[in-house]
Each structure stands twice: as structure tokens, then as C-alpha cells.
Ligand binder design. Structure first.
Ligand code: ATP
Ligand code: MG
Length: 485
């Protein structure tokens, strides 16, 4: 009996030691010894090792003393003596080792004021430092001292919480979240990433403090939203954001989609839950976070365009256009990049109903050609979005739409191979037209170019020079133009 007990402890010890296999940890250990300070690896690295979440991108080291001095000593002992980035105001330092960011901080005690998430900081013990951590599972530390190398320091039973899959704050959650409201988003982000639940009291404290999120910068909010969106089932995070009241502060456009109205017995679907289903669906097919954003936002135009009409029921006229305009305002408000990524999301939102309209009907070549022409390089992503958008619970409709989309995808390949209308370059240029009819820049040139483009998209002529040339002559004649002799 005793033996088994000793064995299992031994195994646990072995297990944690295995987390420190990389040579960097013995270098940190030696450096700490040279400075006569204790050092520990803490937080996400330890958590993710136990959860077997793959290789770490960042490692946090806490020193009982100066983190900056320790970082400098470590850099000195590393073969390539990497640069140490020092953040004096925060008392932290960072260096890179094989693409891993290693952050050093001196153990500290923190006290907060009402209006800021930046605390007053004093140096402290390891316990002080563990107390300031956001969740019990993020307060786990491994000793780097060579005599106790790999010993686990787990003052809040974080291991047990990891096993249970629960997020709970080490101290009073009300104070934890009021001190630094970013932690509320981190709780929800971890719940979504790790598929954990949030402890009841901790969850209630998030709801209570939700309005405090207003003091957090947009950049930090977006980082957390992106992590929620990147998790394998993003709806977990968004449902928690909604449930706690955070969503209305950070993404009011989505909150506005919630609810079902009924007039004269006619209801529309709840577009909030629908959007989440679409995001979960698309998460199975792409890791592209911008495509996931497009899925999340594809229906945001439905709130401001919603109308009831006695004859036809609920309508959301031009919601795609409205939605694409809202994408710009949403990105701008959250200080997200207003670049090609934003334009990509806008375009997918704008075109999000096109393939569905198409798949409702017989799928013609010309409709597919127009789709490819309008969507350009985004056509495959648009199809992925539209397939994810099929959330009907009616199995007949479900397979009908999927089959039709399969046909659309096949036709896209066919049309592409034959007509090359993606990133369309007209076979006849304005200059060709001016030369043939001896024209100065004028309206007629645009008219002829348009006729050629339309004829190609409709499949009346092929996308080649000879057929386009012949059409140019015919159309010119119709306009009363004379050939250049
Ligand atoms: P990931 O790196 O996957 O985002 P993480 O938990 O490692 O997750 P980091 O931002 O790297 O998150 O932070 C490292 C550690 O610092 C955390 O594990 C936690 O102990 C602590 N920490 C980070 N942010 C906060 C915060 N706002 N409040 C309290 N502790 C925090
Ligand atoms: Mg980390």
C-alpha cells in the first residue's frame, strides 16, 4: 500500500519534471542560483503541460527578487546571448529562446484602485504572487531550484480544478474581477478554449461586474474575442458572454440579434443563436479567424432592417448591405485593422446570401459564372460560409441545400477551367475599342466593354479575344460607330 502511494507521488514528480526537459530551464535554474534568488515557472505553461496542450509559445518565470536581473543573467548564459527587452514600468523583462517568449517578473503583491486595471505594485513572496493570479489553474508553479527541481507549488488546489475542468478565482471573485475586469473575459476565453465550466460564484461575480469591462482597452478585448473565435466550439464563449451581460458592452450588434418576435402568429428565427450555430459549423472547416468573424457577423444587418409585412411576414430587406457597413463601424470601434482583412469580412457578409439564392433554384452556369466573377478569390470561402449557414432542422431541406451547394462547387470548378472569370480581365480593352472605331475617351467605350462582359457572364460568347472582337464590331455598329479605315 505504502509502496503504491510512494510510486504515485514519484510518478507525479516525474511528470512535472518532464515539463522542464528543455535546456532553458536548467539555464534559468543556474542563473537564479548565481544571483541567489529563487525562481519558478508559473501559470499557463504549467497548466498547458498538465493538459497536454502541445508546445508552449510563451513561458512565465517568477523570481523572488528582480525579474529583470534574472532575465539579464539568463541571456548572458545562453549561447547566442539574446537581447533582453525590459519593461521598466511593469518590472518585467522578456527574451526569446527558439521562438518561445520567456517573460520574467519579480514576485509581487498588487493593490488596485477603482478606475484603472493597473495596480500599485510592491515586491512580495511567491504566495503573494500566486494570490494575484486570475484562476487557480493559472497559479500553479514549478520550482526551478536544483534541489527541488520540478516540485509543484499548488496553494489553491489548481490540480483538482484542472481535473474537474473548472475555472475559479483563488480569492474573492468579486474583488478579483473588479480589480482587473479583463479577467472576466479571460475566464470566458479559457472556458471556451479548454471546454471548462466557470464555478457558480465566479460566474455570478462576472455578471455582477460586467459593466466594469468598459475600462478595458479595445485591443485587449479583441485579443480575447479572437481566442474565443479560434476555439473549437466558439459558441461556448459567446453564450457565456451573453449570459453574463458582457456581450452588450463588447459586441452590441450581436446582442441586438437576440430574441424572437411574433406578430399575427408569424415568428422569425433567433438570429443570435443561429449566428452561433454558423460559427460552430464553420469552426469545423476552417481555422481562418477572419472567415470565422464573417460567420459571426453575417447576419448583424438583420436587427436594423427587420420589418413586418402583413402579406409576406418578417423581412430583412438588404440586411447583407447594411451588415457590411456595420462591419466597418464595428472594426473601427474595436480598433481592429481597417485593411484587407476588414474588406474580406465585409465582402463575405455582403455576399452571404448569394449562393443560397442560387441553390434554391436550378443551378445555371451563368449564375455560377456571376458568383465567381463577383466573389473573385473569396469564392471558396464564401461557399464554406454558406454551407455553415445551413442550420435548418428539416432533414429534407438540409440535404437539398447541401446537394445544391455540392453542384455549385462542381460548377465553380468547371466554369473556372473554361471561362476564367475569377479576377476577370476583359479580353478587349478600352484601347482596342478606341483604335477600332477611332474614338476619343467616351461613353460608348464603357457601353461596349459592359456588353462584352455581360455576354461572357451570360455564356453568350466565350471568354476569348476572337469572340469578344466580333461582338465589339457588332455592338459598335449598333451604336452607329464607323470602323477605322
Ligand atoms: P495563454 O498564453 O494561452 O493566453 P496564459 O494563462 O499563459 O494563457 P498569459 O497572458 O500568457 O496567459 O499570462 C501568463 C500568466 O499570468 C497566467 O497564467 C496567469 O497566471 C497570469 N495572468 C495573466 N493575465 C492575468 C490577469 N489579467 N490577472 C491575473 N493574472 C494574470
Ligand atoms: Mg501564456
Amino acid at each position: 500500500m505504502l509502496n503504491t502511494y510512494v510510486n504515485s507521488i514519484f510518478l507525479i514528480q516525474m511528470n512535472y519534471k518532464a515539463a522542464l526537459n528543455s535546456p532553458i530551464f536548467s539555464i534559468i535554474s543556474k542563473s537564479a542560483k548565481a544571483l541567489n534568488v529563487d525562481a519558478y515557472v508559473i501559470g499557463g505553461f504549467v497548466r498547458d503541460f498538465i493538459l497536454k496542450r502541445g508546445t508552449a509559445k510563451d513561458i512565465d518565470i517568477v523570481a523572488i527578487g528582480s525579474g529583470i536581473e534574472l532575465a539579464k543573467e539568463v541571456a548572458k548564459n545562453l549561447p547566442n546571448s539574446p537581447k533582453v527587452q525590459v519593461f521598466k514600468t511593469y518590472g518585467t523583462a522578456m527574451l526569446r529562446y527558439n521562438d518561445i517568449e520567456i517573460e520574467f517578473v519579480g514576485a509581487r503583491r498588487e493593490s488596485y484602485t477603482e478606475d484603472s486595471r493597473n495596480p500599485k505594485v510592491e515586491s512580495g513572496t511567491l504566495t503573494d504572487d500566486q494570490n494575484r493570479r486570475d484562476f487557480t489553474i493559472n497559479a500553479l508553479a514549478l520550482n526551478l531550484d536544483n534541489t527541488r527541481f520540478g516540485d509543484l507549488l499548488d496553494p489553491f488546489n489548481g490540480i483538482e480544478d484542472l481535473e474537474k475542468g473548472v475555472l475559479v478565482t483563488p480569492l474573492d471573485p468579486d474583488i478579483t474581477f473588479s480589480d482587473d475586469p479583463l479577467r472576466m473575459l479571460r475566464a470566458i476565453r479559457f472556458a471556451s478554449q479548454l471546454n471548462f465550466y466557470i464555478d457558480k460564484t465566479t460566474l455570478a461575480a462576472i455578471t455582477k461586474n460586467s459593466s466594469r469591462i468598459k475600462i478595458i482597452t479595445n485591443e485587449r478585448i479583441v485579443t480575447e474575442i479572437n481566442k474565443i473565435l479560434s476555439s473549437s466550439k466558439p459558441s461556448l464563449g459567446f453564450l457565456l458572454l451573453e449570459e453574463t451581460g458582457l456581450l452588450q458592452y463588447i459586441l452590441p450588434e450581436l446582442s441586438a440579434l437576440k430574441g424572437i418576435d411574433e406578430i399575427e402568429g408569424q415568428k422569425h428565427k433567433d438570429n443570435f443563436y443561429h449566428s452561433l450555430e454558423v460559427v460552430d459549423n464553420i469552426a469545423k472547416h476552417t481555422d481562418n479567424v477572419w472567415l470565422r468573424w464573417a460567420a459571426l457577423l453575417h447576419d448583424i444587418g438583420k436587427a436594423p432592417t427587420k420589418k413586418f409585412n402583413k402579406k409576406i411576414g418578417w423581412t430583412f430587406h438588404a440586411h447583407e448591405f447594411e451588415g457590411s457597413k456595420m462591419v466597418y463601424h464595428l472594426f473601427k470601434r474595436l480598433k481592429m485593422p481597417l485593411n484587407d482583412k476588414m474588406k474580406y469580412v465585409q465582402k463575405l457578409v455582403l455576399m452571404s446570401s448569394r449562393p443560397i439564392v442560387l441553390a434554391n433554384d436550378i443551378v445555371t452556369d451563368s449564375a455560377v459564372r456571376r458568383l465567381v466573377f463577383d466573389a473573385g478569390d473569396y469564392v471558396d470561402d464564401l461557399m464554406t460560409l454558406c454551407e455553415a449557414d445551413i442550420t435548418t432542422k428539416n432533414p429534407k431541406k438540409f440535404s437539398k441545400y447541401h446537394n445544391n451547394f455540392k453542384i455549385v462547387r462542381e460548377k465553380i470548378i468547371e466554369v473556372e477551367a473554361r471561362d476564367q472569370v475569377r479576377n476577370f480581365q476583359p479580353p478587349i480593352t478600352g484601347e482596342d475599342i478606341m483604335k477600332l472605331f477611332n474614338l476619343k475617351p467616351s461613353r460608348e467605350i464603357g457601353v461596349i466593354k459592359d456588353k462584352i462582359k455581360e455576354a461572357i457572364l451570360e455564356g453568350e460568347i466565350s471568354n476569348n479575344y476572337d469572340e469578344a472582337y466580333q461582338l465589339m464590331i457588332n455592338e459598335g455598329k449598333k451604336l452607329g460607330l464607323k470602323l477605322n479605315s
